[in-house]
Structures are given as structure tokens and as C-alpha cells.
Design a protein around this ligand. Sequence first.
Ligand SMILES: [Zn+2]
Length: 363
Amino acid sequence: MPRHLLSAATPSSRRLASPTRQFAANVLVGVTALLVFAAASRAGAGETPHGPPANAAAASSPIAASGPIWQERESDNFRIRSFGTEPAGPELAEQCEALRRGLYEKWLDCASPQAWRPRCEIVLHDTDESYLRAVGAGASRTVASSLTRHIPGSAIVRRIDIRATRDNWLSSALPHEIMHVLLADQFAGRKLPRWIDEGVALLADPARKQQLHLADAQNALAGHAAFRAVELLMLKDYPAVERWPVFYGQSMSLVRFLVERRTPEDFFTFVQLSLDKGYEPALQEVYQIDDVADLERRWLAEMSRQSTAESPATAAQAVDSPRQSGLRRASVEPRSIEPAGHRQGAIRPPQSNPGSAVPARRG
Ligand SMILES: [Zn+2]
């Protein structure tokens, strides 16, 4: 963990309170997580929290003050918890605030968004064991995980767990997870299609990571292993783990394709319309795209153009028939397209693959 951001020393032992374990089981959520793949860090979903006590300040009793304990640093919209002898530095809280402001400005053209109440908790785990206790063993390949819970009209839980033992968590994992929290807020906790939730969050990642994700999408097209558009749009959860790279790559590619046709704010309008009316009315109204087949043609043409610019050898394969374009055959006809889910579902144990861990989650 970048120690310059934390004034706390690395603890040699944990003093975790158990009440948050109950919290994990009881909370219906949207969970997301950021994965560490071998070459490019890619996203997946995670799980629910244990970790620090519900009120870290309560642990700061005079008796415990001499040793490392869960500390707390609060800003307008965040409560940062870290294990040590002092709270995280104020500059980290300001970085979180700046990330949030930047994301609101980019996606909603909103310079003064409504404050998050409750604040978004960011839990910085300084050991892998602490992180995995909080998010579950199923998230062993992740570096961060977010959790949200909404009731009608308001959010009641916003939480991000970070495996702060990784060097790049601040630049790569934190923006991604804050974006998931923002999305959950913006759509009032309605379950978003996975490609939208991940595709938008990935656009908060560093440019280099985004390039790696796009390369995954291009490689899948070249290798005839890509998702059909209708397949991607109809996914009700994360695909099998071996398809995560292409899922993330294509999700980000498709979101970027739509965002670049108009504005990020228009994309959010499209998402809202998709949730309310279905994809095709939303495509027609916002993008003047006839249907999912039309979307696929235009999207692949853009991917082909990009591929041509970077690699003439693979470009020619991208637009044609599904077979020629490298697309797998879709098992669903592009007619009855609806978003994967409009409501949060029941919690499932998070120990399986991050994608299927918690269906209500955005990951
Ligand atoms: Zn994610």
C-alpha cells in the first residue's frame, strides 16, 4: 500500500470485530470487484464485508490507543477506514472526493452532486487475509470490491473494500469502484445489465488498462470467440471465468462506442430508457439505431476501423457475417431484448466466481 497516503504503520495483528460479519449476510447488495489477471488487471465481482468494526472510532479507546486499531478518516462523502496507529492522511480523502467530482462531471455534467449519505465507506486492507475475510475467498483474484444496498428512495450502504497491498490500487481500482457506487446511486439500486455496469466502470480505469481490455475484445473477434451483441446485452450475470477477458473487453468497447456517438449524459439516458422500456426503444430514441442487429453492425464496423488503424492483419475479419467477424453464434434472437434485470435479487454466497456471487451486485 502506498504508505505515503497512510500515516498508519503496518500492523502485525488484526483486531477485527465480528458484527460486520452479520452485516455481510444481512445486506442485499450490489457487489463489484476489480480483478487481477496475469497481464492486465480486469474486473470481476466480489463479496460482502466483514473487516473493520461498524464504527471504527469506537475502537479508538484510550486502552487500545497504543497499538494498531481500525482508524477512521472522514470527508464530505467518504469514510476511510484503515488499520494502524493513525487514520489515513487527509490527502487520500481529498483524492477520493476529487475522483467522485470528476466522475459526476464526466457522466452527468454535474459539478455539485448531492452528498452521499450515508457516506461511502472505503476500507483499506493492509493484508490479503484481511481483505479476503471481508469480501470472501471467491474474490481471491480481485483487488477491490464494492457493495451497495438501496431501499426505495435512498441508499443505505455504500462500501468499497480495497486490497491495499497492491501498488496500483489508488489509480486503477479505486476509480473503478467509485464509478460502480455512483452508478448504483444514479439508477437507485436497480440492477443494471452487467455489460453496462462493467463497461462504464472500466472507462474509469487508466488508459493503459483500457487498451488491454480493448485488445482482449479484438483478439476475441479475430479468434471467433467474441460475444454477439445480443448475447452480451442479454447476459443476466457474469459469464464463465474463462470468458471474463472478452466480456470485459467487449463491454467496455460497446459502452465507449455508444458514449462517443453522443455524450456520456445521453448514455445514461439510454440506460434509463433501457431499464424502463427495453433496449430497442432506447436505441431508437437516443441513438437512432433501429435495433440490436443494427447496433451490432455499426459497433463492429467501428471495431474494424480501430483494428485497421492498429493492425491491418486482423481488421478485415471484423465486419461481415458472425462467422467471419469472429462472433460466436448467439443463442438468443435479437428480438425480445430487455435489460437483464430491473431489480436487485436475493443474495447468494459470494464464494463462487465473482460474477455469479451476488446477482444483485454490479461488478
Ligand atoms: Zn467492476
